[in-house]
Design a protein. Structure first.
Ligand code: ATP
Length: 234
């Protein structure tokens, strides 16, 4: 569904991504793990059109989307849930969800997806008229995921969904990720929580200083000695 071929990305003179290639097959969960500064967020931002690679290709459903503006990429069904949630704090839960459907015109489809989001996240229904800035961290993460689902995406890119959440909430968010996946969503997941990410991922890539240094199935990497000592606490 998504193929990244040898992309190089710079922030000014800083060479942040040094020839990364990866594949996300239709219907799979693919994880990117690695320590701070490895280039995980930059990779996602480049795929979602917020940054342009200097060289390389990004093929989404056969179209080269490298350098295509972000809103057009969302319109093609590829939607990012950014790190730190980025919900609109001064708007209600309902208004944030409606914004997720901003590019859509199919009123019936939008209403159906709103129902589905409220079924998946009953807590958002209870709080639909609450200002989003007053939600807890876990609820904001749910809202960010719900908002992305409102875009009628075929593939979601999640940037550190577990960040700042208690272990119980991390489990809840990962259960939701697996449910969304079971319903057919393709997912590219960036996580510092390598244990959780590898346990749900069909395939995963390990990034270090802007390069892919290892790849394999989630199960293979979970038992890999090097991954265990560097990312899973031994
Ligand atoms: P983290 O988990 O800490 O977010 P990451 O793997 O997502 O790390 P990136 O945020 O993609 O890593 O950063 C990759 C590299 O690019 C780092 O060396 C970082 O310092 C650099 N970088 C990121 N954003 C910028 C920026 N706006 N300007 C300059 N350099 C940047």
């Amino acid at each position: 569904m998504l193929t990244v071929e040898d992309i190089n990305v710079y922030y000014g003179a800083i060479h942040a991504i040094k020839g990364i290639s990866l594949d996300v097959p239709d219907g799979e969960i693919v994880a990117l793990i690695g320590s701070n500064g490895a280039g995980k967020s930059t990779t996602l931002r480049t795929i979602s059109g917020l940054m342009k690679p200097k060289t390389g290709k990004i093929l989404y459903e056969g179209h080269d989307i490298a350098g295509v503006p972000a809103h057009k990429i969302v319109g093609m069904g590829l939607c990012q849930v950014p790190e730190g949630r980025h919900v609109f704090a001064n708007m209600t839960v309902l208004e944030n969800l409606e914004l997720g459907a901003y590019l859509r015109k199919d009123k019936d489809g939008i209403a159906k997806d709103m129902d589905d989001v409220f079924k998946k996240f009953p807590r958002l229904l209870e709080r639909k008229d609450q200002l989003s800035g007053t939600l807890s961290g876990g609820e904001q993460q749910m809202l960010a995921m719900g908002r992305a689902l409102m875009s009628n995406a075929s593939m979601l890119m999640l940037d550190e969904p577990s960040m700042g959440l208690s272990p119980l909430l991390v489990q809840e968010i990962f259960d939701i990720i697996q449910n969304v996946h079971k319903e057919g969503m393709t997912i590219l997941l960036v996580e510092q929580n390598a244990q959780m990410a590898l346990s749900v991922a069909d395939r995963a890539y390990v990034l270090e200083t802007g390069r892919v240094v290892m790849e394999g199935t989630g199960a293979e990497l979970l038992t890999n000695e090097r991954v265990r000592s560097a990312y899973l606490g031994g």
